[in-house]
Design a protein around this ligand. Sequence first.
Ligand SMILES: [Zn+2]
Length: 334
Amino acid sequence: MQIVGHQKQLKLLQGFLKNSLFFSSYLFWGLSSTGKKQVAQEFVKGLLCQKSVFGGCGKCLACVDLRCAGGFGKASVSKRDFLFIDESFLPSLIIDSDDDKAYGIDTSRAVIKFLSTGPSVAQRKVVLIDNAHSLTQEAQNSLLKIIEEPPSNAVIILISHKPSFLYDTILSRTLQVYFPIIGQAEIYEWITSQHRMMEKEAQEISKFSLGRPGRAHAFLQDRKLLSQFKRAVIQLLSFEGKTSGQKVILLKNFLESDFDLSDNLGLWQGVLRDELLFSCGFEDLAGVLSQKRRARTPELIKSLKKLLSLSDLSDSFPATAEAAFKQMVLSKSL
Ligand SMILES: [Zn+2]
């Protein structure tokens, strides 16, 4: 998938490579599905490339080596100068370990071992950790040591949409690159340049992607997801003005339809955000809603705050967050 938006971030990273300005650790952060990993992958190629070309020159030994090793396709495979860690990573690929889960202390030990030797063909050795917020406290403590005293020619890039789960000591030692959501018009332009479809459908996809190109891509791959999302928005909007009994039935249907708490909280936040924009007279900035809604600003702000705190809770204690979510829907406060 092509990188959508993030011109400022691309320019910054390209500038680092061009001017040989390197940091030993980076944090790419921002909401999920905004394109952090895609940009990180192109940056990694540039860090490895012998000519330091963003995205790789494709011809030098390091670029060929990465391509031959399967590029970024197989998360579990250790490349010669590059290590990619996501939920399928097995520490036993690098060290003696019985841990069959990624993000534990053995993953950090594997990173330390991997970076203990210099690069073979590339400019430097690079470790890319996706969803770095999943690292356990023990793993973060262990990783901190190498972040504090990195070997020469070693680079660690952390990707996270929940950076608050990372230790402050890690955050303060990384160069942070923020990835915001993308404007609806830019996503629409990208969709129509890549796919032939009715204007209305392209508009709908860009609207319901809520500024996240990854989500627009998922909708393009599977239109059922788009209709599920639309149904969820309609359900969310219909809670207002219903009696308690009707709310219970709606909530039951809502929770039973492939319910993903964090995704739905995000959707609800998007809907409330739009209502807030409408109530302040900024209809043009709205993402999901297309009709003017009645103004109820103080209540909206209160609801948004509650949802934001629930988002955090849903990461640590999903069951508690779901219970609070149910209570919130059923109460008169939303
Ligand atoms: Zn190259």
